[in-house]
Design a protein around this ligand. Structure first.
Ligand SMILES: Cc1cc2nc3c(=O)[nH]c(=O)nc-3n(C[C@H](O)[C@H](O)[C@H](O)COP(=O)(O)OP(=O)(O)OC[C@H]3O[C@@H](n4cnc5c(N)ncnc54)[C@H](O)[C@@H]3O)c2cc1C
Length: 336
């Protein structure tokens, strides 16, 4: 019997890096593969020439058994038409049973095109993946506006899912796989790109990227009460060079932009340290930050649920503790 295959779309960023979500998915795929009698784990890279080889070591160490590399100058910029046609052809030819794609801007554009063309199901924006007793992909995602978690099975093959970045962690250990490379010559003669990329304009706000890559996040909730509370939070965050995040409670009160909302209907973050001020710890918030390495929570209510999800809990008034922390760290920084 031929082995099953889990194919991961290896998205290349505009700066020509492999997107971190690819390595997060690769780590999860290792776990899924074991439940499928060691299914083959493969990567599909569509890029300008040279990038598949450039990242050979990274693919090997991440446990990819195989890399499909479709390289052509035409792929220098992402194009829905060219990329989806190429990906679809490769999937049709090699028949992976599972296809995983990062729920990035590019992945969210590409995945439905592929599933539509292949007439198969796609579970979008998943936050958990598993293999059930019938060896099917069980993909879990929030539904009904986040009120329920639905685990969805796909009747057809391949079973497709997109997964939010930072839901899974990349592997901490390196594998030394003898990764097989299959170079594909894309056939695009009859494909017309309806979109022409003229230029890339940087977004005025880099808040989103800041939160994505921040090592420390200081987040505020409804307990910060007013603009003064958020000013104290921002002063503290600036002092320790942390990014600022917020709960939906704070966003709903107009104290923070939705851009920095963390949680089920906001961003998923995974900093080294997450410090929550005046956040109660509703499950919809927790799912957005529970991949943080260390969580510190400050709350006046000793029974606040956030204390069940933190490594260090401080029962205190944020209005009292924030200025003290800012002063303390400013002093430490000045002395060093
Ligand atoms: C479909 C759906 C999706 C949702 N998505 C999200 C999401 O993405 N992100 C999200 O965050 N929420 C989300 N929510 C809302 C979530 O359920 C909570 O309502 C929200 O997280 C509460 O925000 P909060 O903790 O800031 O406010 P509250 O729950 O009101 O908590 C405020 C906390 O501050 C403490 N406090 C008060 N004063 C002080 C003080 N001076 N110092 C210190 N602590 C103090 C209080 O004890 C309390 O624990 C969603 C809800 C639904 C139904």
């Amino acid at each position: 019997m031929t082995k099953q295959e889990i194919l991961i779309y290896a998205e290349i960023t505009k700066d020509n890096y492999v997107h971190t979500v690819v390595f997060e998915l690769a780590n999860k795929a290792r776990e899924l593969s074991q439940k499928l009698d060691n299914a083959v784990i493969s990567a599909l890279i569509i890029s300008k020439p040279g990038l598949a080889d450039k990242y050979r070591e990274a693919f090997q160490k991440s446990g990819f058994d195989r890399v499909y590399a479709a390289e052509n100058e035409i792929f220098a910029n992402y194009s829905t038409e060219f990329y989806s046609k190429t990906a679809t052809e490769i999937i049709k030819k090699y028949n992976p049973s599972i296809v995983l794609i990062g729920a990035t801007t590019q992945g969210r554009d590409l995945a439905p095109r592929i599933s539509g063309t292949l007439a198969t199901g796609l579970t979008a924006d998943c936050i958990e993946l598993n293999i059930n007793e019938k060896h099917q992909l069980a993909a879990t995602r929030p539904t009904f506006g986040g009120k329920l978690m639905a685990t969805i099975l796909c009747k057809n093959l391949p079973q497709m899912a997109t997964v939010r970045p930072r839901v899974f962690k990349p592997a901490q250990d390196d594998l030394v796989k003898n990764t097989e490379y299959i170079y594909i010559t894309p056939e695009l003669e009859n494909t017309n790109d309806k979109v022409k990329v003229i230029d890339f304009v940087k977004s005025a706000s880099n808040i989103i990227n800041e939160l994505d890559s921040a090592e420390i996040i200081a987040a505020g909730g409804r307990g910060l009460k007013n603009e003064e509370g958020f000013k104290l939070l921002k002063d503290f965050a600036n002092t320790i060079e942390a990014a600022v995040g917020a709960s939906r409670g704070a966003v709903d009160m107009g104290l923070a932009e939705h851009d920095i909302q963390i949680g089920q209907t906001g961003k998923t973050v995974a900093p080294k340290i997450y410090i929550a001020f005046g956040i109660s710890g509703a499950i919809q918030h927790i799912v957005g930050m529970n991949e943080a390495d260390k969580v510190i929570a400050v709350n006046t209510d000793k029974n606040a649920p956030i204390f069940e999800h933190c490594d260090c809990g401080i029962v205190a008034d944020a209005f009292e503790i924030l200025p003290k922390l800012t002063e303390y760290f400013k002093k430490q920084i000045n002395e060093n």
